[in-house]
Structure formats: structure tokens, C-alpha cells
Design a protein. Structure first.
Length: 202
């Protein structure tokens, strides 16, 4: 038997505003992005996790920055910014043998929660961005894999509120995330229409 969990670090209106301000930048300009993150008050990940608040945490994901709320952010000048805000996972004594998320500052975990609670957190963040940006350009669902990607095309970047297998977990758990993707980054193309749908549902 495994214990099922959903962990969340909330996404409030202030964080949405910060993310939309970052979405106005050229995300391929690493120096500008780094300077703005510092101005925003998102400190360096390595400095943060060495602080006293993280002494008792069993593990933390690698990133480049941490928001004041506790989100782990990866933004290294490659044309993307990635911010997970919810995780769905099982603690089964195998791949994950303890609830790592519940002990991380800013995060709370709920034992016994699963897909409905995870989907509800994702939908809540989608609504926050919809309230600010209007209806999305794409709202793509893949029922077979329980994934949903909602995107808005801005002048320089695309904002995605997505969910699916966490990239480095070998499908041990899933995350719900906010992803900014540059429309001009050489190695991070973001296709339109049917090509996008084929990419995300394959």
C-alpha cells in the first residue's frame, strides 16, 4: 500500500504579476533576467537552501532561484523559466520513501489527496491567468495521461500553465507548473496550432 499526496505552494495575485512582468523580458538575455529576478526578490537557490529554514528538509529540487513563497524556479538564460507549484506523488518505501514536499518551507502536503485535488490546484492557477490575460490561445487536454496544457501567446514569450510527469523523475511523480517560453529562442521553438497539439499529446 502506498500513501498518496498532493503538495502545493500557492500562486497568488502578486506572484502572477511578477511572472507576467518577467514575461515581458527577452528570456534569452541571461544577465537581464538575472538582474530582474534579484530586483524581484527571488534569491539564488544555492544560497537559500543553505540557510537555516532548510536544515530539516530531507531533499529539495535543484533550481536557480527560490521565490519568497518557496517555489523553486529554473531560469538560466536559455529562453525559458520554469516554476512548479504543485506535486502529485506516492510515498511507498521505494522510489519515494518519505514525504519530501511537506517539510519544505512554503509548501504544504495533504495525505490522501490525489487527482481531483491536484487538478483543482492547476485549474485555480489557470483561472488566475485567465482573469489577467483573457481566454487562452490553447487549452489542450490528454485524458490518457491526465495532462492539460493551457497557453497564452504574448509579444515576446508564451505563458503555459501545464501539468504532467515531472521531467527528471522518471514518472515517479507529476508536477503542475508555470512555464515561460521565448518565442525567439533558437533552441526552444514553440509551434502553432495543430503542430503544438501534436507535440503535447504525443
Amino acid at each position: 500500500m502506498s500513501d498518496e499526496y498532493v503538495a502545493v505552494c500557492p500562486v497568488g495575485e502578486e506572484l502572477v504579476s511578477r511572472i507576467l512582468a518577467l514575461a515581458e523580458l527577452d528570456l534569452t538575455d541571461g544577465e537581464t533576467v538575472e538582474a530582474r529576478l534579484r530586483e524581484t526578490g527571488w534569491p539564488d537557490w544555492a544560497e537559500t537552501v543553505q540557510g537555516p529554514a532548510y536544515e530539516e528538509t530531507p531533499d529539495v529540487p535543484e533550481a536557480t532561484h527560490v521565490t519568497p513563497q518557496g517555489h523553486f524556479v529554473t531560469a538560466d538564460g536559455d529562453g525559458t523559466l520554469y516554476l512548479p507549484f504543485a506535486y502529485l506523488y506516492s510515498v511507498d518505501g521505494g522510489l519515494l520513501d518519505e514525504d519530501i514536499w511537506g517539510a519544505i518551507p512554503g509548501w504544504t502536503s495533504q495525505e490522501g489527496a490525489w487527482r481531483p485535488e491536484f487538478d483543482a490546484h492547476h485549474a485555480g492557477v489557470v483561472q488566475r491567468f485567465t482573469d489577467r490575460l483573457g481566454l487562452p490561445d490553447h487549452d489542450i487536454r490528454q485524458p490518457k495521461y491526465d495532462t492539460r496544457y493551457v497557453s497564452w501567446r504574448l509579444e515576446h514569450n508564451v505563458v503555459i500553465v501545464g501539468q504532467g510527469p515531472e521531467p527528471m523523475s522518471y514518472h515517479q511523480f507529476e508536477d503542475a507548473h508555470i512555464h515561460l517560453v521565448s518565442r525567439t529562442a533558437k533552441d526552444t521553438p514553440f509551434p502553432d496550432g495543430q503542430e503544438l497539439r501534436a507535440l503535447l499529446t504525443s
